[in-house]
Design a protein around this ligand. Structure first.
Ligand SMILES: [Zn+2]
Length: 241
């Protein structure tokens, strides 16, 4: 009797498993990722009307798209991007912190160019692509190559938002590379007044780290933020747009 019951239970589980697999296969063939989508997307668990089975997260989609663009344009490290995304509050995913390794894995995920990986294979998807395939490929080339730590302090992103506190001219940034004797390479970003308004402006060049300090403690005489006057938000304020 027991054997028979187990037998029936096993058959039930086998049938269920076949049905589940068939369901997944149907979904995949229709172009929809059958699992939980990565950050930037939601799956339509509650069958919301006017929403496809996988739809873009209205809060995070644009932020992630911006991060992909920064990676491709500025060729910075994922480490620098991770710091930036923390400043933008992206790293809270489903109420939990998004770990560094999870964050890194995002930039290897074909989901973002509109496909998806399932049991080792890549399938074309119908969800909204965040980037093009060409952008994805460019990012992969950047990730395997060596590139400067360009954006640790929102480096060049600052330049449009700040002006010299003494003369009011715009600030320009320059990158410098220093090769140390021990073989290490250091990348620095320097900022200085363009002196377009007052050629005799006394302000000197400062390092990105000093700029960060001036920004955070509000002591910047040299660098006065005019972001508010321009109607922009500062680069580090919760949300980039
Ligand atoms: Zn100046």
């Amino acid at each position: 009797m027991m054997n028979l019951e187990f037998g029936m239970a096993n058959q039930f589980i086998l049938d269920l498993s076949v049905n589940v697999k068939r369901g997944l296969r149907t979904k995949i063939n229709k172009g929809w990722f059958p699992g939980g989508p990565p950050i930037g997307y939601f799956s339509n668990k509650f069958n919301l009307p006017d929403h496809p089975p996988v739809y873009s997260d209205p809060d995070r989609f644009a932020v992630l798209k911006k991060l992909w663009e920064i990676l491709i344009e500025k060729r910075c490290t994922l480490d620098a991007l991770f710091t930036q995304s923390s400043n933008w509050g992206l790293n809270k995913h489903k109420g939990r912190g998004l770990s560094r390794s999870m964050f890194y894995a995002l930039f290897r995920n074909p989901f973002y160019y509109g496909s998806f990986r399932w049991t080792g294979e890549i399938y074309p998807g119908k969800h909204e692509a965040m980037i093009s395939r060409a952008q994805f490929d460019a990012a992969q080339r950047i990730l395997v190559g060596k590139r400067p730590e360009c954006w640790t302090h929102q480096a060049f992103a600052f330049t449009g938002l700040i002006r010299c506190g003494e003369c009011g001219a715009s600030i320009t940034a320059e990158k410098k590379v220093k090769h140390k004797k021990n073989g290490n390479t250091h990348y620095y970003t320097y900022y200085h007044c363009t002196k377009q308004i007052d050629p005799d402006c006394s302000q000197k060049t400062i390092r990105d780290s000093e700029l960060e300090i001036q920004r955070s403690n509000g002591s910047g005489r040299h660098l006065e933020e005019v972001s508010k006057a321009n109607g922009c938000k500062p680069a580090t304020a919760g949300h980039p747009f």
